[in-house]
Design a protein around this ligand. Structure first.
Ligand code: PMP
Length: 299
């Protein structure tokens, strides 16, 4: 296999050479934003939506991305081509860049922009067939009016605390409640519950990131004629749901079969979950920005 190449500030360099300074405020303070994107069969799924979210997150923290969205599109496609990847997970990072040791973001002269493409499966393959067991974390989602979950920032400590709780409980993922105790999301994925053929996911204001996979599932569920609502719900609603599943770019669509020791429905991935998973897999293979349509030549 040829060497992995990583885009960093205009150059494609090897993994060993893809390094940033210890004075980067992304490293010192988590000051920056990021995106996770997937390419399926050479189609980059909802690239435009991911870039809108990246640039909106950057705008929110007064960070100027030094490329236009058109240029960033080309960088993403070129990174895939350089690595000869058609099925890949892409990580885009825009950090505040090198500054001094104070918090002051105005001491940073130029953001660092990084694009990494590689193969990634968040959960082991067999869990997509069997479904996940999860727990509810004691750590609560940060309040939307303190730090909006819509800003996909490099500060993921809230989510990492949840992932630690999952690890300590010996399960692959955990649920986060918001400060009022309503279900918000997983550490890096959105949650859906299904009860009597009604599909429900928490609204953004509860404290969930409005995931791009989540939005695709909402569309698919409506196209299929299901009652699809964004509504507030509790842990109890999760326990008594017929089906539960998680969505995310890294997680894709994955059934949840046990929550805090309670079996969900039949204890197996549900019929509607599997139907939506199939519809999602069909959608992603031909819905996206085609790598081959890029204006750049393959080097
Ligand atoms: N919530 C959080 C906290 C996340 O980090 C992610 C992953 N980006 C998601 C939800 C799912 O969002 P998406 O479907 O856009 O990947």
């Amino acid at each position: 296999m040829s060497e992995q190449l990583i885009f960093i500030n205009g150059e494609y360099v090897s993994k060993e050479n893809a390094v940033v300074s210890v004075y980067d405020h992304g490293f010192l303070y988590g000051d920056g934003v990021f995106e996770g994107i997937r390419s399926y069969n050479g189609n980059v799924f909802r690239l435009k939506e991911h870039l809108v979210r990246l640039y909106d997150s950057a705008k929110s923290i007064l960070l100027d991305v030094p490329y236009t969205t058109e240029e960033m599109t080309e960088i993403v496609l070129e990174t895939l081509r350089k690595n000869n990847l058609s099925n890949a997970y892409l990580r885009l990072v825009v950090s505040r860049g090198i500054g001094n040791l104070s918090l002051d973001p105005f001491s940073c002269k130029r953001p660092n922009v990084i694009v990494i493409a590689e193969s990634l499966s968040l959960f082991p393959k067999e869990l997509y067939d069997s479904g996940l067991e999860i727990v509810t974390a004691a750590s609560r989602r940060n309040r939307s009016d303190v730090l909006s979950p819509k800003v996909k920032s490099l500060n993921y400590l809230n989510n990492i605390l949840v992932k630690i709780e999952a690890g300590l409980a010996g399960v692959p993922e955990a649920l986060m409640l918001n400060d009022q105790g309503y279900v918000a999301e997983g550490s890096a994925d959105n949650i859906f519950i299904i009860q009597n053929n009604r599909i429900i996911t928490p609204p953004g204001y509860v404290g969930a990131l409005e995931g791009i996979t989540r939005n695709a599932i909402i569309e698919l569920a409506r196209e299929k004629g299901y009652s699809m609502e964004e509504a507030v719900f509790t842990q109890h609603d999760v326990y008594v749901a017929d089906e539960v599943f998680l969505t995310g770019t890294a997680a894709e669509v994955i059934a949840v079969v046990k929550v805090d020791g309670r079996s969900i429905g039949t204890g197996k991935p549900g019929v509607i979950t599997n139907e939506l998973l199939k519809a999602f897999r069909d959608l992603v293979v031909d819905d996206g920005v085609k790598v081959s349509n890029s204006k750049l030549n393959i080097g």
